[in-house]
Design a protein around this ligand. Structure first.
Ligand code: DGL
Length: 271
């Protein structure tokens, strides 16, 4: 958690969740399950997806715009459900006015807990080249070998609705195959929030690998912070609103595929 100005969350304010597209729904599903009373305001920056092939400067601009949108919705916390932006913000102590939760440190916890000694990482180019996964994992467990490979196209294939199974399997086979040619990893970190949406494709292509999805760990970090600060919304059922700068039609089907409760609103916005 970074940028915490006050230790008190406004209980009834919504939780903001942000990603470049549909990937953050893989974090939102854990939030809904763990915190059923919270209103969730989700923003997918589909017009600018994929983030993973962008420069640091572009990501700086995009994340400020998306954070600005969520702050205007009055959120009590921002959950960065995006490894790429989390890599950008890793180790940064900026003050955004509300606490910000990122995914790399929770992911390292999930890896440590898995017991893996040799782990593969598939993520976007920005995330892989930032080196922050290795840094965070080695800070906890210096002996773990991390073998990384970026995918230039998997996030975009998933963000388009995850319908081209052939192209998705081919991309997974190429990139994870590259990891396995370099080291016999036993576990694979899905280091982009879009990837758990196609977990079944990973299982089909590489059934021997145990998949690590850091989303649950990130959601748990928010739950802990809300609990410790008496910030949990006591409502019986929260409202789930989805905003996107891109094509709104992909969100409800992916949300349903992930078992989320149906959104009460899916709306295209400019940020
Ligand atoms: N879902 C995001 C991530 O976790 C971004 C994918 C992308 O837009 O390239 O990295």
């Amino acid at each position: 958690m970074g940028g915490c100005k006050t230790d008190v969350f406004k209980k009834t304010a919504p939780v903001g969740v942000v990603d470049s597209g549909v990937g953050g729904l893989t974090v939102a599903r854990h939030l809904q399950r763990m915190l059923p009373g919270e209103d969730i305001v989700y923003l997918g920056d589909g017009a600018n997806c994929p983030y993973g092939n962008r420069t640091r400067e572009e990501l700086e601009t995009l994340h400020r715009k998306t954070f600005g949108f969520l702050l205007r919705q009055g959120v009590k916390a921002i959950v960065v459900a995006c490894n790429t932006v989390s890599s950008l913000l890793d180790r940064r102590a900026a003050d955004y006015g509300v606490p910000v939760f990122t995914i790399i440190a929770p992911a390292a916890q999930a890896v440590a807990r898995s017991g893996a000694q040799r782990v593969g990482l598939i993520a976007t180019a920005f995330t892989v080249h930032s080196g922050c996964y290795e840094r965070r994992i080695h800070a906890l467990c210096p002996q773990i070998e991390v073998v990384s490979k970026d995918s230039p196209s998997l996030a975009a294939l998933v963000d388009g609705g995850a319908s081209d199974e052939h192209a998705i399997d081919a991309e997974i086979t190429a990139q994870v195959g590259d990891i396995l040619r370099r080291a016999p990893v036993t576990h694979l970190i899905l280091g982009c929030t879009h990837y758990p949406i196609v977990a079944a494709n990973f299982h089909r292509c590489f059934p021997q690998l145990a998949l690590i999805d850091p989303a649950e760990e990130e959601a748990a970090a928010l739950v802990r912070a809300l609990r410790e600060n008496d910030g949990i919304n006591p409502a019986a059922a929260g409202r789930f609103s989805i905003y996107t700068t891109g094509d709104p039609s992909v969100y409800a089907p992916i949300a349903a595929r992930l078992g989320l409760t149906p959104p009460s609103l899916v709306e295209q916005v400019r940020v």
